[in-house]
Design a protein around this ligand. Sequence first.
Ligand SMILES: C[S@@+](CC[C@H](N)C(=O)[O-])C[C@H]1O[C@@H](n2cnc3c(N)ncnc32)[C@H](O)[C@@H]1O
Length: 238
Amino acid sequence: MSDANLSDWPTSLQESVADKNQFNLEVESERKLCELCDYLYFSEGELHFHSNELGEMSFNFEELYQYHQRQNYALSKEPLAKALAIKGTAEKRMIWDTTCGTGKDSLLIQFFGARLTSFERNPAIYLLLKDALRRFPLDFNLVFGDASKLDIIVRPEVIYYDPMYPSKKKSALARKEMRIFKDMVGEDLDSNEFLEWAMKTATERVVVKRPLEANPIKEKPSASYVGKSTRYDMYKIF
Ligand SMILES: C[S@@+](CC[C@H](N)C(=O)[O-])C[C@H]1O[C@@H](n2cnc3c(N)ncnc32)[C@H](O)[C@@H]1O
């Protein structure tokens, strides 16, 4: 992965890629046209990912936030809020979204009301998220890395986990953004170990997002909350 001219990037993003060992991103020192590779580039005030095969992707939190503002959610009816036990009280729960991805679930969790920290271990996705937050700041901490490998100072009450699962078939109709995202991230093959760690780390509950038809990653959830296309399996910590 490369960027043609890092000096065009906002300072906060430049600082993030300064530690190349941490990010393992190749940064090209000179602008050059690259017809056959995937790369990040900064243009028209935002960071984009260019997939040679699939096209362009960047994240936009403003549109999403405005969409949620129009929805009039009742927390007692929303499967995600119920699974995370967000009740809209003044006392916000400490939640870790350990699989930030496109940031859509993080944004919704933050919108419902939480003290949220979100983790992303894919360096290119992390930079796209960081740029989306630079353009539209939201009240959650974004951390680069695998939550299960970092030193923990305070254990969260709730851990939310949404691993990338193998899709049954390649749908030509899948939205372009989702196809690029899946291509970048691949599959999360460490779900079982991660869940073991999550169960030892959360103080109150672990919530795992699954496709409706999929088996739970770990048997016997304490409860499952079903949405239109997904299910949230909740494991209570005793
Ligand atoms: C299915 S996507 C999550 C989608 C996300 N819920 C959303 O709203 O877009 C999984 C994401 O989590 C990241 N990920 C998977 N396991 C992780 C871990 N242990 N620590 C940090 N990030 C992880 C992957 O790189 C990928 O971006």
